[in-house]
Ligand binder design. Structure first.
Ligand code: CTP
Ligand code: MG
Length: 186
């Protein structure tokens, strides 16, 4: 039981920088779109107005800052974790998050988000309209791929993270909608 709880907490820890990177553009985005209004050969926008340069930078900035905080916090959290579970090397590997990993996770999250928008525009989904599964999971999968050269967590953490992300992302969008930050609850 405690073992499972620790795995769950560490999976969240693993995804934190990517989550923050994915969630903060809505707070600081706006201004020039990354595609600068360009249309693709199908006549539709490359990415759309929902993907801005400022949002991209804001996301990477806060995601990386999160990683810095995690790096500072890890030595203090380690003994707390050790109080209720035997901390395995695999757990410590995830707990001691390194800054370059957080940066790559943030960059990957934002790039994954752009890839998602590119695909959405190609299949004629309007900016802000939902694309189930890809909206929820594209960013976290790309974040893990980007970080992979520097970090290869145990598959159990990746699996828990992906499943949890699906639900958290959905809940956070509902909250963003209720708070008036997003046009739709998805
Ligand atoms: N945002 C931004 N820059 C980014 C990503 C997001 O400015 N690189 C901001 C935009 O204001 C966007 C909001 O965050 O509307 C929500 O992000 P998201 O849901 O990813 O974009 P959508 O508006 O849904 O557009 P798309 O359909 O292309 O995903
Ligand atoms: Mg959206």
């Amino acid at each position: 039981m405690y073992e499972e709880l620790a795995l769950f907490e560490l999976a969240i820890w693993l995804g934190l920088s990517a989550w923050i990177a994915n969630a903060t553009p809505v707070l600081g985005g706006g201004g020039t779109p990354i595609d600068r209004g360009h249309v693709f050969r199908d006549g539709r926008r490359l990415l759309g107005d929902g993907k801005t340069i400022r949002g991209f930078i804001v996301g990477i900035f806060f995601g990386t800052i999160t990683g810095a905080g995690q790096m500072l916090a890890a030595p203090f959290l380690q003994p707390l974790l050790a109080e209720y579970v035997i901390v395995t090397p695999e757990m410590e590997y995830v707990l001691f998050m390194q800054l370059p990993v957080a940066f790559l996770m943030s960059l990957g999250a934002l790039v994954g988000d752009l890839v998602g928008s590119f695909i959405k525009r190609r299949v004629n989904v309007k900016s802000g309209d939902p694309s189930p599964v890809m909206d929820q999971l594209g960013f976290i999968i790309m974040a893990l791929i980007f970080a992979f050269p520097l970090m290869q967590p145990e598959p159990i953490f990746v699996a828990i993270l992906i499943i949890t992300t699906f639900f958290i992302h959905w809940i956070s969008n509902v909250i963003g909608y209720l708070a008036g930050l997003k046009k739709h609850p998805w």
